[in-house]
Design a protein around this ligand. Structure first.
Ligand SMILES: [Zn+2]
Length: 344
C-alpha cells in the first residue's frame, strides 16, 4: 500500500508539473523537422489532436511537421498528406537503406522537388551492418556511388533532410543502440566530412545533432564542422534525453553561438491509438521546457534522467523553432502564413 501511495504521488507530481506548464512564448510557432508520421490517416489526424492538446494545455503552438515517412512506409504522394493534415505536414522523400545503393536516381530528384517534396532524407547509420554482418562496412556516406546524387541535390537546391550519419558514441555502455566502437564512429563522421568537402553547396540538416551532442569534446568538434561548412545544420531529434551527459553551460553556449544552424526536431513516430495523444503531448512539453526554461525536467522527449533546462533567449528559440526551418525548407513560410501564424 505504501508503495502504491508513493507510485501515485510520483505519477501525480509528474502529470501535474507537466500539465501546469504554460509557455512564455505562445506566439512562436514551432516546426518539428524530424518526424516519422507516415501516411496513415489515423496517425495524421492524431497529430492534429496532439496540436490541440498542446495549445489548450500549455499555449504551445506546434504548427508544422516535416514528415520523413514511417521507415518502411515511404511517402509517394505529398499532396495527400498535406490535405489530410490540413496543410500542416510537409513531406520529404526518404531512403532508409543507403547501404544497398540510393533508392532514387539523381535524375528523378527534380521531379520530386516539383511535386512538393521538401528534401531527401537519407539514413546511413551503422547498425544495419552489424545486423546484416556487413562488418567490412560498405558503403559509407562518401561512397562514390552517391556522388551523382549529392551533385544533383547541390545543383537543384534539394535539401538533405535530417540526414542520418552515425549512431552516438560515448561512455554510456549500457546503451545497446549506441555505437560502442569509436573507430567506426569516427569513420562515419569522417566520411560525412568528405561529402561536405566535395559538395560545399549541399544544404544539409544532419539528424540528431550529427550525433555530436553527447560528449563535450564532440560538441567542440561540431563547432568546428559548423564553422567549416556554412551549409551544414543540425536538428535536435532524439537528443534531449542525453543532455545530462554534457556540461550544461557548454551545451547552452553552443546553442546560442550556433542558433542560426540548429532546428527543432523530435523523431516522433506514428501512433494509432487516440488515447496516446496526451502522452505524446507530454513528450513535446518536456522538450520545449528543456529549451525554454531553467526547470528541472523529468527526462527528455524519450525519457531518461532529469535534465536542467537551458533557458535559451527568445531570439535563439525563434530561430530553432521556426526561423531556420522557414529559411531552409520550401513552403514552410507560405504554409505558416496561410495557416494564420504570425511570422517575422
Ligand atoms: Zn528519425
Amino acid at each position: 500500500m505504501k508503495n502504491l501511495i508513493i507510485i501515485y504521488l510520483l505519477i501525480f507530481s509528474f502529470t501535474s508539473a507537466s500539465s501546469q506548464f504554460r509557455t512564455n512564448y505562445p506566439d512562436i510557432p514551432r516546426i518539428d523537422v524530424h518526424t516519422h508520421i507516415g501516411t496513415d490517416l489515423t496517425g495524421i489526424a492524431n497529430c492534429l489532436e496532439l496540436r490541440k492538446i498542446l495549445l489548450d494545455s500549455s499555449a504551445i503552438d506546434l504548427a508544422i511537421w516535416i514528415n520523413l515517412g514511417g521507415g518502411n512506409d515511404p511517402i509517394e504522394n505529398t499532396a495527400y498528406v498535406l490535405a489530410a493534415s490540413k496543410g500542416r505536414m510537409l513531406c520529404a522523400i526518404a531512403d532508409y537503406a543507403a547501404h544497398d545503393g540510393l533508392k532514387y536516381r539523381p535524375e528523378a530528384l527534380e521531379g520530386f522537388q516539383k511535386q512538393g517534396f521538401v528534401g531527401y532524407k537519407i539514413w546511413s547509420g551503422p547498425w544495419y551492418r552489424k545486423l546484416e554482418k556487413k562488418e567490412d562496412g560498405k558503403p559509407y556516406i562518401d561512397d562514390p556511388a552517391h556522388e551523382a546524387t549529392f551533385s544533383e541535390m547541390e545543383r537543384i537546391g534539394f535539401l538533405a533532410a535530417s540526414i542520418h550519419i552515425a549512431d552516438p558514441n560515448g561512455p554510456w555502455e549500457e546503451r545497446t543502440d549506441w555505437l560502442a566502437d569509436p573507430i567506426e564512429y569516427w569513420a562515419e563522421i569522417n566520411a560525412w566530412r568528405n561529402v561536405l568537402e566535395k559538395h560545399p553547396k549541399l544544404i544539409a540538416v544532419a539528424a540528431h545533432g550529427n550525433w555530436m551532442l553527447c560528449q563535450d569534446a564532440q560538441i567542440d568538434y561540431l563547432r568546428n564542422l559548423l564553422a567549416t561548412f556554412p551549409n551544414l545544420h543540425i536538428d535536435l531529434a532524439a537528443t534531449f534525453q542525453y543532455y545530462h551527459l554534457v556540461n550544461r553551460d557548454n551545451l547552452r553556449s553552443f546553442m546560442i553561438e550556433w542558433s542560426d544552424r540548429i532546428l527543432f526536431g523530435t523523431d516522433i513516430g506514428q501512433w494509432k491509438d487516440k488515447g496516446e495523444s496526451s502522452l505524446r503531448a507530454e513528450q513535446y512539453t518536456r522538450a520545449f521546457r528543456i529549451l525554454e526554461t531553467g526547470d528541472t525536467v523529468k527526462g527528455g522527449f524519450f525519457g531518461g534522467p532529469e535534465i536542467r533546462g537551458l533557458e535559451l533567449p527568445i531570439d535563439v528559440l525563434e530561430k530553432i523553432y521556426y526561423k531556420n526551418a522557414m529559411r531552409l525548407y520550401p513552403q514552410v513560410k507560405e504554409s505558416l502564413l496561410t495557416l494564420g501564424h504570425i511570422v517575422k
